[in-house]
Design a protein around this ligand. Structure first.
Ligand SMILES: [Zn+2]
Length: 123
């Protein structure tokens, strides 16, 4: 591997990536169990109230998984920026992102000011 030693940011991104991957795996396993239980509940009794609870949990898991996958993409994109040497700079205005912000959000693409101007983008 012809790469420089991992920087502190890269290390925290890698840790964050591992945590997110583990979370996705456990949620996927839980989702599979919920889907199985839903199928069982449906075959046992169509009007089983448990079926509703399971449907709600299923919906929540799907949403959480979606968010975690987006997060994983953001982390991968951030790791790519580390490789290119553009990590830690705001994608919008080019200023250096506050290290404290990067500590909380290692995959942040924007500085606090630009992020505040685009409230729809959490990163
Ligand atoms: Zn900015």
């Amino acid at each position: 591997m012809n790469r420089p030693d991992p920087t502190e940011s890269e290390t925290s991104l890698i840790i964050e990536r591992a945590r997110t991957t583990a979370l996705i795996e456990s949620m996927s396993a839980r989702l599979a169990a919920v889907i199985e239980a839903t199928a069982d509940a449906a075959s046992d009794d169509e009007h089983d109230p448990e079926g509703t609870t399971l449907a709600v949990e299923r919906g929540q898991l799907v949403a959480q998984l979606e968010r975690s996958r987006v997060r994983l993409d953001e982390i991968d994109a951030a790791l790519e920026r580390v490789g290119r040497g553009s990590y830690g700079r705001c994608e919008t205005c080019g200023t250096v992102i506050d290290p404290e912000r990067l500590e909380v959000l290692p995959a942040a693409r924007q500085c606090v000011r630009c992020a505040a101007r685009n409230p729809s983008r959490r990163w």
